[in-house]
Design a protein around this ligand. Structure first.
Ligand code: PHE
Length: 442
């Protein structure tokens, strides 16, 4: 089976996979999850899960992609020879399909905010940053649905016209800019009166906040932010060239992700406490707090637009990987069918995304299970499908793949890390994921 394309260099691969991983997960979801599930305690659990569970799993997914070199609903059949194992790939496809459905809601919000602030800058809208009222904007079902559609269409166009490579190259500039922008916000946020309370909330773990529920969400966040368990990272690694280095690529993505998550927390929580918001604001957290931080800056509206564009860019480099995964599986990597597949899948994503958008307006009183429809879609993906996918992969990699072959793909091992990694994948991580999973059901 022919592959879509191959990144010629290791940098191309790192840019693309970092672009896929770093997106709304670190910037938008992490702070709101930390706000809901215990601040410092959540940060601590997230760090432990990211380093002890996320990193080894990411290395595993990279190895599987490099070994199998094909689309993910076939990769385990190819590697192990058992057709039913393709179920892991299908699980991942369902996960990213649903994920794109609610991811695009937030992508749409970013677009709405960009237009809103631009209109204020040119004077069409007489308001100021401080007047941006999240509920009234997001509570408009028609506008939010249109914005969501535009975000999906943008993603589709990038995937269809094959300009994803260009976008990923641009991330060489955009990512460092986003980083600088975040640091500026952190500095401003820390300088606000009463900010230290927010710093304490975010950095001082209160151990009594650690419980099964918050652990499950911290694990889900680690999965979401590193795109694990969806086989998305397997897909990207399957396009990588032989030179791609598994361990260093995975480590740099994990570190970047952790850094951006912490900066996002430091940007939000000091300001949040200073303005007297509650940390349990939910998905609107970033959109409520940041305009007010920028309001306190000189040329704040211009800086805010720049930030939002960079934020949009980070969201797009992730959403293209969501769509790419579905397209590569539906077309079995046949390039002639890419456009039609991208169009059809995007249309379906738009349809299943509608209830997610309406969770903030028409359907906002519909509550069950994890909360609104939006919350339930996120819960199903991040806390169920992703961990299940990862669990399945650890069992296959640990028990069915050849250890020597794994070691070869693991690469140069001067620090003798292969053995501990293998033990983690084979015995420890499946048990950890399973225990957290079963305990939540009980
Ligand atoms: N990790 C991405 C983010 O944080 C989301 C994602 C999940 C992308 C799964 C691809 C696959 O925004």
């Amino acid at each position: 089976m022919k592959q879509k394309s191959e990144w010629k260099t290791s940098t191309g691969f790192i840019l693309a996979s970092a672009g896929s991983a770093i997106g709304l997960g670190a910037l938008w979801k992490f702070p709101y999850m930390a706000g809901m599930y215990g601040g410092g305690a959540f940060l601590l659990m997230f760090l432990i899960f990211t380093l002890c569970v996320g990193l080894p799993l990411l290395i595993m997914e990279f190895i599987v992609g490099k070994m199998g070199k094909t689309y993910t609903t076939y990769i385990y059949e190819r590697l192990v020879g058992r057709k039913w194992l393709n179920i892991i790939g299908w699980n991942g496809n369902i996960a990213v399909f649903l994920l794109f459905g609610f991811y695009s809601v937030i992508g749409g919000w970013i677009l709405i905010y960009i237009i809103k602030v631009l209109m204020q800058i040119i004077g069409v809208d007489p308001g100021q940053l401080g007047d941006i009222h999240f509920e009234s904007i997001i509570g408009n079902p028609v506008i939010t649905m249109i914005a969501q559609g535009v975000f999906i269409a943008l993603t589709m166009a990038i995937v269809m016209f094959g300009v994803a490579d260009g976008l990923e190259k641009a991330s060489k500039i955009m990512m460092p800019l986003l980083f600088i922008c975040l640091i500026l916000i952190v500095v401003k946020s820390l300088s606000l009166e009463g900010s230290m309370e927010g710093v304490r909330f975010f950095l001082q773990p209160k151990l009594d906040q650690i419980n099964l529920n918050s652990m499950l969400f911290a694990l889900g966040q680690a999965f979401f932010a590193l795109s694990l368990g969806t086989t998305g990272m397997i897909t990207y690694a399957s396009y990588a060239s032989k030179e791609m280095t598994v361990k260093s690529s995975a480590t740099s993505i994990v570190l970047m992700n952790v850094l951006i998550s912490i900066l996002a927390g430091l940007a939000i929580f000091p300001a949040l406490k200073s303005f007297g918001y509650e940390p349990e604001e939910g998905p609107g957290l970033l959109f409520k707090v940041l305009p007010r931080v920028f309001m306190h800056m000189q040329f704040g509206d211009i800086f805010y637009v720049i930030f939002l564009v960079l934020f949009l860019f980070a969201a797009l480099t992730s959403s293209i990987s969501l769509l790419e995964l579905n397209v590569s599986n539906v077309t079995k990597n046949n390039n002639n069918k890419r456009s039609v597949a991208a169009l059809l899948i995007s249309a379906l994503v738009f349809i299943i995304g509608i209830p997610a958008t309406l969770s903030f307006s028409t359907l906002k009183d519909v509550h069950f299970g994890a909360g609104t429809i939006f919350d339930n879609m996120d819960f199903l993906v991040s806390n169920i499908l992703m961990p299940l996918g990862a669990l399945g992969s650890t069992l296959i990699v640990g028990h069915l793949l050849n250890k020597e072959a794994l070691q070869t793909y693991f690469g140069n091992d001067k620090f003798k890390l292969f053995k501990p990694w293998y033990i983690l994948i084979k015995f420890i991580l499946p048990v950890v994921i399973l225990i957290i999973f079963i305990m939540q059901l009980i």
